[in-house]
Design a protein around this ligand. Structure first.
Ligand code: FAD
Ligand code: NAI
Length: 476
């Protein structure tokens, strides 16, 4: 029986990073993963993020943005293009190439860092003295490894909608939405969260008529509402995404006529038939096959593995990280928890601040934020001041042809400490890092205002918003 210091179950961004860090810290480490490639004929490391999440979605967003730009934006630069054509299958092929490259990269990183990689489903069998036994089921062929520490990083799966089964032909989850090789004429999306908006944007840009049906009456309820309102206006009025809020879905039929959704909205009943329907109503933790009950691993009422602030479960030396535990379901949160757990096993004292985890939605314009929203500060009774600035007069944004959006800095009214940074605009996925850094170093809005920002850059908008928080905006 193979013996290890650390056994990691799951090789998504939580698990593979935890395994690499553990190995770097001198632990004999194994990473067990059951993920397979798109064809289903070979193991594929990287979990949801690399195979059917972050990476493939961003590849499609970029391709569709280029197609849209060629049709609508090139002319003002004096560039005339002929009849612009779109080949969905080619776009998917490019995306698949990026996925293969990156998943293969993890295999290489495992070899480089001497992480043993095992293919199969891992489950906790029990404990022998102070050593855990983990069973690995490779298509019925079972083996057992022993490890002092186990890190569970089994991720999440799409939340099912009881009204309809996903067939990934007409009714799609994220996997199906990322693999359409023809542009659907009419695309329905249930849920206007992150996947709904990103996938809705992709297929809208390449020609689909897109309708997004959202249960909540508020658009992007977790985002700062000033930014969310601006986004809603751009997506619906300028980009033509039909987003219906406060919807109650009553029935969904998937037959030869397409996918027919009957729903109520604003007191009236509506029925729409779509060629394809994406169901993106959130994700649920994945603990299937782990034998959690068998070994007494505690879960909370929503099915997440219960952990403390440092990712310890109720079982000795069993840790859990990423989507399978509380907190935002984000790749960078999973990875940082993975690093922190490996370092804790090594006796170090890492700290992960949940208040400085950045959120990004890769629409166009992008949306990004870190820290508290105005709504949260009000609810918590925190006195704050704010400064806003727009991209409309920013030289770089104008040059890029993307002079739209706003940056808002929220700071404590008494101490000026930055409490939140909220953005909608070009490449704000990159700009948000400055907000994260500022908050991590307990910066004041004056600190951001006094830092020299290169000209002409998009970062000048954040600079100006920080100046505005101090009522000394120069361009406002
Ligand atoms: P996962 O990535 O889900 O990995 C879990 C791994 O464990 C999988 O390989 C699975 O096969 C394996 N596994 C499960 N059970 C077992 C078992 N019993 N034995 C062995 N192996 C097992 N996040 C971002 O931060 N940015 C984005 O832009 C972004 N875009 C996304 C787009 C989409 C369409 C989706 C669906 C998600 C996106 N996310 C994004 C979320 C991100 O993918 C997840 O937060 C992240 O992958 C979670 O990492 P994880 O390691 O916890 O789990
Ligand atoms: P989500 O939680 O972002 O959005 C789900 C939406 O569906 C919510 O607005 C919810 O109110 C709505 N909804 C729920 N039930 C509904 C129903 N019955 N009818 C209509 N609407 C309903 O979840 P999503 O978009 O599925 O993504 C899952 C997770 O993946 C995200 O929470 C995020 O953590 C991660 N992700 C992150 C991305 C990023 O960081 N850019 C990109 C895509 C996904």
């Amino acid at each position: 029986m193979s013996q290890f210091d650390v056994a990691v179950i799951g090789a998504g961004p939580g698990g593979y990073i935890a395994a690499i860090r553990a190995a770097q810290l001198g632990f004999k480490t194994v990473c067990i993963d059951a993920g397979v490639n798109k064809a289903g004929d070979a193991p594929a490391l990287g979990g949801t993020c690399l195979n059917v999440g972050c990476i493939p979605s961003k590849a499609l967003l970029q391709s569709s943005e280029h197609f849209h730009a060629a049709q609508h934006d090139f002319a003002e630069h004096g560039i005339t293009v002929g009849d612009v054509k779109f080949d969905a299958a080619k776009m998917i092929e490019r995306k698949d190439g990026i996925v293969t490259k990156l998943t293969g990269g993890i295999k290489f990183l495992f070899q480089k860092n001497k992480v043993e990689s095992l293919f199969g489903k891992g489950s906790l069998k029990g404990r022998n003295g102070d050593v855990w036994q983990v069973e690995v089921d490779n298509k019925g062929e079972k083996s057992v490894v022993e490890a002092k520490h186990v890190i569970i990083a089994t991720g999440s799966v799409p939340r099912p909608l009881p009204l309809i089964d996903i067939d990934n032909v007409n009714v799609l989850d994220n996997e199906g939405a990322l693999n359409l090789t023809e542009v659907p004429k009419k695309l329905g999306v249930i849920g206007s969260g992150v996947i709904g908006l990103e996938m809705g944007s992709v297929w809208k840009r390449v020609g689909s008529e897109v309708t997004i049906l959202e249960a909540m009456p508020t658009f992007l309820a977790a985002a700062d509402q000033q930014i969310a309102k601006e986004a809603f206006k751009v997506f619906t009025k300028e980009q033509g995404l039909a987003i219906e809020l406060g919807v109650k879905i009553n029935e969904i039929k998937n037959d030869k006529n397409g996918v027919t959704v009957s729903y109520e909205v604003g007191g009236g009943a509506k029925t729409e038939t779509f060629d394809k329907l994406i169901v993106s109503i959130g994700r649920i933790p994945n603990t299937e096959g782990l034998n959690a009950e068998g070994v007494g691993l505690e879960k909370d009422e929503r099915g997440f593995i219960k952990v403390d602030g440092e990712c310890r479960t109720n079982l000795p030396n069993v840790w859990a990280i990423g989507d399978v535990v509380r907190g935002p379901m984000l790749a960078h949160k999973a990875s940082d928890e993975g690093v922190a757990v490996a370092e804790r096993i090594a006796g170090q004292k890492p700290h992960l601040d949940f208040n400085t985890i950045p959120f990004v939605i890769y629409t166009d314009p992008e949306i990004a934020w870190v820290g508290k929203t105005e709504e949260q500060l009000k609810a918590e009774g925190v006195e704050y001041k704010k400064g806003t600035s727009g991209f409309a007069a920013n030289g770089r944004a104008l040059g890029l042809g993307k002079a739209k959006g706003t940056v808002k800095v929220l700071a404590c009214a008494k101490t000026d400490r930055v409490l939140g940074v909220h953005m909608i605009g070009p490449m704000v996925s990159e700009l948000v890092a400055e907000g994260v850094m500022s908050m991590e170093f307990s910066a004041s809005s004056e600190d951001i205002a006094r830092i020299v920002h290169a000209h002409p850059t998009l970062s000048e908008v954040l600079h100006e918003a920080a100046l505005a928080a101090d009522k000394r905006a120069l361009h406002g």
